[in-house]
Design a binder for this molecule. Structure first.
Ligand code: FAD
Ligand code: NAI
Length: 465
């Protein structure tokens, strides 16, 4: 290996980086991974996917037990109490187990963890702490951080970001969420279920940008039914701390009279931006695009020879599974294999109740692109299992090419949408038509029958509607 210390050095140990490092090591490459955090796993395991899902699950159990929602099934509780410290403790345990698990996988696969933040000192050399190492291939997987709202200071007590919202020591009475995207609705749901009044202020005229229009409209109806106040088409002009709380001044996005809202806690969740500040990219000969991302080609190679990039720091949806699949593909490409990610088929899931999921293109995107489509929809109100479970919010929408019948997008609202969407992704990966899904035998009684019926509806012949 001449004077290189490693075949592969991965910078960042999130779902993109740790997966790339393990796959590279599995392929026989001498691999190291630099990570500045105290624990491995990146945003996702430490302050993202995992702790948020732990709180979503626990808060759902609390809401079911405390709201009396289960009494119609003959299950009644009295004296239900919230022990928030215990809830946080169980979340922390899950995070510790999973981040520790990555450490174990690194040991098993002989990936060396270089502890500290990495800075390029040349195209093939990087400084981590007081050590400088040379690597034949360097994979940038530094992820993303919270986008700040200009003029608004995050103190993580009263004005918080997603990390603060995962650790509130008490349930706020009034929570204002700035941003009606995935984080705002997931973490807003946690604190709503635990007792907060939640107001979501969204700049656009619909929540959940990027999702299918019908899904966005129906989701908004469901969240309002749950008691969320949704202020769409509204911009925040000022956030001011007032003693123990804050005031938020808002006005219509199109202009008009302003209004002042008060809250104990304000959550800023207006998106995330790529982490590149500490990298010293000049030394590597790399520049950023207009959105601050590192551009890559189909193989995840950057413009600099031997430097690759994956995950949130590159263009595309900021999702853990996208980063992971890119991690596997980049390692395979470095090893001389053919690593591919089909970016047309990346599912997205919002883990609220019900869940909201989509894969492929939205009806609006297809129509705007001049593609003629046929749409089949099936409501969970007509699905026997959902009806039995008294869990009928939502529908499945299958969008197929009008000429070829090939499925181009599937969008779902359902308590099980996150699980159901995998079937749609697999069908699309295999180039399925709506007829292929419609003629696949689905077990009865399951929520997945709604997918079959929605596919049958594309051809105009659902049975139970
Ligand atoms: P990251 O996970 O951000 O990891 C990058 C790592 O690089 C970090 O640990 C950072 O410390 C390290 N690093 C940065 N710079 C350097 C440097 N110079 N040297 C060394 N190390 C460095 N996605 C989903 O798919 N599902 C979800 O349910 C989900 N929930 C989320 C909930 C929240 C609250 C948040 C904030 C995000 C959530 N996401 C979810 C998004 C998901 O966390 C990211 O898409 C994913 O973590 C991106 O992976 P990554 O490997 O690109 O980067
Ligand atoms: P987001 O992009 O999903 O939503 C941000 C929202 O804020 C948008 O609706 C936007 O229009 C709105 N907004 C922007 N500026 C505003 C302003 N000044 N005033 C009011 N509204 C404003 O970003 P979010 O929720 O912060 O999440 C960041 C990323 O993390 C997302 O890209 C998402 O992919 C990822 N994530 C994924 C999860 C999942 O897969 N379940 C869960 C949580 C996060």
């Amino acid at each position: 290996m001449a004077d290189f210390d490693f075949d592969v050095l991965v910078i960042g140990a999130g779902p993109g980086g740790y997966v790339a490092a393990i796959r590279a090591a599995q392929l026989g490459l001498k691999t190291a991974c630099a990570e500045g955090r105290e624990t491995l796993g990146g945003t996702c395991l430490n302050v993202g996917c995992i702790p948020s899902k732990a709180l979503l699950h626990a808060s759902e159990l609390y809401a079911e037990a405390s709201s009396g929602a289960l009494s119609k099934f003959g299950v009644s509780f009295s004296g239900v109490e919230l022990n928030l410290d215990q809830m946080h403790g169980e979340k922390a345990k899950a995070v510790k187990e999973l981040t520790g698990g990555i450490e174990g996988l690194f040991r098993k696969n002989k990936v060396e963890w270089l502890k500290g933040y990495a800075t390029f000192t040349g195209r093939d050399s990087v400084q981590v702490g007081d050590r400088t190492v040379r690597a034949k291939n360097i994979v940038i997987a530094t992820g993303s951080s919270v986008t700040p709202l200009p003029g608004v200071e995050i103190d993580n007590e009263v004005v918080i970001d997603s990390t603060g919202a995962l650790a509130l020591p008490t349930v706020p009475k009034e929570l204002i969420v700035i941003g009606g995207g995935v984080i705002g609705l997931e973490l807003g749901s946690v604190w709503k279920r635990l007792g907060a009044n939640v107001t979501v202020v969204e700049y656009l005229d619909q929540i959940l940008p990027g999702m299918d229009g019908e899904i966005r409209r129906e989701s908004a109806k469901i969240f309002k039914k749950q008691g969320f106040t949704l202020k769409t088409g509204t911009k925040v002009t000022k956030v001011e701390r007032t003693g123990s709380g804050a005031t938020v001044t808002v006005e219509p996005a199109a202009g008009g009279a302003s209004e002042t809202l008060t809250a104990d806690v304000v959550l800023v969740a207006i998106g995330r931006r790529p982490n590149t500040d500490r990298l010293g990219l000049d030394a590597a000969g790399l520049t950023l695009n207009k959105r601050g991302q590192i551009e890559v080609d189909h193989d995840f190679a950057t413009a600099a020879q031997g430097i690759w990039a994956i995950g949130d720091v590159t263009p595309g949806p900021m999702l853990a599974h996208k980063a992971e699949d890119e991690g596997i593909a980049v390692a395979e490409n470095i090893a001389g294999l053919t690593g591919i990610v089909n970016h047309e088929v990346i599912p997205g899931v919002v883990y609220t109740h019900p869940e909201i999921a989509g894969v492929g293109r939205t009806e609006e995107e297809l129509t705007n692109a001049g593609i003629e489509v046929k749409v089949g929809k099936f409501p969970f109100l007509a699905n026997s299992r959902a009806k039995t479970n008294r869990d009928t919010d939502g529908f499945v929408k299958v969008i197929a090419d009008a000429k070829t019948d090939r499925v181009l997008g599937v969008h779902i609202i359902s308590s099980l949408a996150g699980t159901l969407i995998a079937q749609a992704a697999q069908a699309m990966e295999f180039g399925a038509t709506s007829e292929d899904i419609a003629y696949t035998c689905h077990a009865h009684p399951t929520h997945s029958e709604a997918m079959k019926e929605a596919a049958m509806a594309v051809l105009g012949k659902p049975i139970h509607m």
